[in-house]
Structures are given as structure tokens and as C-alpha cells.
Write a protein that binds this ligand. Structure first.
Ligand code: GDD
Ligand code: MG
Length: 365
């Protein structure tokens, strides 16, 4: 029986306020929670039992899957206090059922990739590896774990989030998907917080264990930042990266209960949620519009997420923004890029503009 662990206990701080009330893996991308896309992919690769390593808002995972009737066993390893990535893997390992040398897939809960999981498992077995790490190349590796390998693919070292440019010895990074020999996973200390990146991997390499990289150059994205999150969703909608849950890629994904004015332009892999109302001459480009959101005439939304039940006023403009739920952005606002607006916030008409305000001065001088 092929088993997998998914690490889903992080707080998703870079995606706040979306993650204030929803864990990152349960956020909606391309019409389903992200974790459902991951699970569908695992099932396609023959996984029959998955253990969720949960901590932050743990009960919401059980809620999400309480009616799950497909052919997959789901277990929950709940951490009362977060155990770190290594501690979480060890803790979830208690619920595995396979033999001591069985290969166990371990996934970060926020990675979207075109990785062939069966291929990684095959390579792991062929090399009789203790651990196999999926590795990819990125233009700026500083936010990741650096993993140089030799010409046979053997991992030479593991350096998590380098601080200086001298430490950036490679652009080859840990892509957040591993295969562990089960007995190796069980050698991680069980009684304290452990980082798999800062402690377990460097230690296994130093001990001369058989740690190999599975290096690919295909689609890969960590959805942990707002821009990566909206772009990942758009890539799923358009089929730039495949998911079994998006059988017919298209330019947009519009819920049948949404109301879209005929003159509105929805594009770039945007998603429009249930009961959303999109007014005349609105532009929504590469964005996620949540359930019950209203976007009024002439508004423009680029590369942004607007969470459920919010309203965007006439002619307002958003770029690379994250708008929490129940927010109300009045008319004629022009928000600078990369703003994150709290749940329930109210910005009056013409309250924020990059190019100067058109409103008459309302103060008494
Ligand atoms: N159960 C549990 N407990 N899960 C945790 C904990 C914990 O204490 N801490 C983090 N996680 C989960 C998160 O929910 C996420 O799915 C995963 O572990 C990785 O955490 P992130 O916070 O997303 O880490 P990162 O993106 O900064 O870095 C990691 O991923 C990079 C690839 O995207 C590292 O593994 C890097 O080495 C790697 O390059
Ligand atoms: Mg991440």
C-alpha cells in the first residue's frame, strides 16, 4: 500500500488575512481547496492512505473531508503545539501502516507542480535511497532550501534559507516533496520540535546516508505568497499545470451561480466564485474573486484575491492585492500594489488614490 504524509500545520502568515480563518491548504484555487488538488494527484499516483500532519486550525481539515467518499484512507496526526516540519513528519509516521523499509511520500502542503510522483518513487527504489528529495531550479533561491548535488545526484549539503549571497552556492532548491524510507523517518526525534530542513537533512547527509535529489525542470510553484497563490490558481484554470480536478482547462472558471455583465472582461485564468456579481465594463485579470463578492461598474482587478462577501466600488483599481472577507472598498479607489486589506475593512469612496484625489476637500480650514 502506497502511503503519503502531507504537512499542513503551518499558519500561512504570508497569505493573511486569507489564512486568518482558513488554513492555506484549504484555500480555494481553481474551484477546489488546494489540498483536494494535491489529493487527487496522489490518488492518480496510486496512493491509498494519506496522513495529514495538522496543527493550525486542525479541526477544519476533518470538517473538509468528513463526507469524502473516494477510495482513499485519510488519517489525522494533530499537533497540539506545532512540532516543526521534521517533528510533524515523525508524529504523522505513527499512523503509517507499511513495513519498515516502505517508501513514504512526504509533501509540503503548498506546492503546485507537474512532478511525476511515480517517477520519484521509482528513482528512490532504483537507487536504494534512504531519502529522495525533489529538487528544482529557481532564479532567486534565497527563500528556499539550497541543495547542491554531485554528478550522480547525491545530495552534498542542505542549507535552509541562506542569509548571505556567499551562501547561495547553487540555484537548485528543495521543492518540498520527499520520499523517505519509513525507518529513516522514524529515526527523527519524537519528543521535541524538529526542522526537517535545518536539522534532519543536514544530519542525514553528514552521516553519509543515501540521500539523493530527483531533479526536474518542469512547472513548480510554492503557493505561500499572494502573487504565487493567484498565479498558481490561474495556471490550474488555464491548464499550464494539470490537475485531475480541472479536466477542461479554459481561460476562466466562472461559477454557474455568478452574474457577469455582458460588457465585463474576465481573463487570464481568473476564477469567479458562487453568487459573485460582476458589473458592466469591469476587468478581472489573473485574479480570484470569492463567493458573494460584488464588483461594480468600471472596476479593474489584476493579480489579486478578493475573499468572500466583499465589495469593490465603481472604477476602483486593485493590483496584486489581497482583500479579506466582508471588506468594502468604495468607489474610485486606486490602491497601490501589494496591499493586504483586513477582513471587514471599509475604505470610503476616493479614500486611497495613487494619482491624487478627485474629491473636494471635506475638512473645515
Ligand atoms: N504539521 C506541521 N507542523 N506542518 C508544518 C509545520 C509544523 O510545525 N511548520 C510548517 N508546516 C508545513 C506548512 O503548512 C507547509 O505545508 C510546509 O510545512 C512548509 O512550510 P512553509 O512555511 O510553506 O515553508 P517554506 O515555503 O518557507 O519552505 C519550505 O518549502 C520550500 C519549498 O517551497 C522548506 O521546505 C524549503 O526548504 C523549501 O525550499
Ligand atoms: Mg511554502
Amino acid at each position: 500500500m502506497q502511503e503519503a504524509i502531507i504537512l499542513v500545520g503551518g499558519k500561512g502568515t504570508r497569505l493573511r488575512p486569507l489564512t486568518n480563518h482558513t488554513p492555506k491548504p484549504l484555500l480555494n484555487v481553481a474551484g477546489s481547496s488546494f489540498i483536494r488538488h494535491q489529493i487527487a494527484k496522489l490518488m492518480d499516483a496510486g496512493v491509498e492512505h494519506v496522513v495529514f500532519a495538522t496543527s493550525y486550525l486542525a479541526s477544519l481539515f476533518e470538517e473538509e473531508f468528513k463526507d469524502f467518499s473516494q477510495d482513499l484512507d485519510i488519517s489525522y496526526a494533530v499537533e497540539e503545539v506545532p512540532l516543526g516540519t521534521g517533528g510533524a513528519i515523525r508524529n504523522a509516521g505513527r499512523l503509517l501502516r507499511g513495513p519498515a523499509d516502505a517508501p513514504v511520500l512526504v509533501l509540503n502542503g503548498d506546492i503546485l507542480s507537474g512532478l511525476d510522483l511515480r517517477g520519484v518513487l521509482e528513482q528512490h527504489q532504483a537507487r536504494e535511497a534512504d531519502v529522495t528529495l525533489h529538487l528544482t531550479r529557481v532564479s532567486d533561491p534565497r527563500a528556499f532550501g539550497l541543495v547542491p548535488t554531485d554528478e550522480t545526484g547525491r545530495v552534498l549539503s542542505f542549507l535552509e534559507k541562506p542569509k548571505t549571497t556567499e551562501e547561495c552556492v547553487t540555484d537548485q532548491i528543495n521543492a518540498g516533496c520527499y520520499v523517505f524510507r519509513r525507518s529513516v523517518l522514524e529515526s527523527i526525534p519524537a519528543d521535541r520540535e524538529v526542522s526537517v530542513e535545518q536539522e534532519t537533512f543536514p544530519q542525514l547527509v553528514a552521516e553519509g546516508r543515501r540521500v539523493f535529489g530527483h531533479i526536474t525542470s518542469g512547472y513548480w510553484r510554492d503557493l505561500g505568497t499572494p502573487l504565487a497563490f493567484v498565479h498558481g490558481s490561474a495556471d490550474l484554470v488555464t491548464g499550464t499545470v494539470a490537475s485531475p480536478l480541472v479536466p477542461k482547462p479554459a481561460d476562466t472558471l466562472i461559477d454557474p451561480t455568478a452574474t457577469i455583465d455582458a460588457t465585463a472582461c474576465i481573463m487570464g485564468g481568473s476564477t469567479i466564485g458562487p453568487r459573485a456579481v460582476i458589473g458592466p465594463h469591469v476587468i478581472v485579470d489573473r485574479s480570484i474573486i470569492g463567493a458573494g463578492v460584488t464588483v461594480s461598474e468600471g472596476a479593474q482587478i489584476h493579480d489579486s484575491v478578493v475573499d468572500h462577501d466583499s465589495a469593490i466600488g465603481q472604477n476602483s483599481r486593485l493590483r496584486e492585492a489581497v482583500v479579506g472577507c466582508h471588506a468594502h472598498i468604495g468607489a474610485d479607489n486606486e490602491l497601490p500594489a501589494q496591499l493586504r486589506l483586513s477582513c471587514g475593512i471599509r475604505i470610503p469612496a476616493q479614500g486611497v488614490r495613487v494619482s491624487g484625489t478627485a474629491a473636494a476637500c471635506a475638512t473645515i480650514h
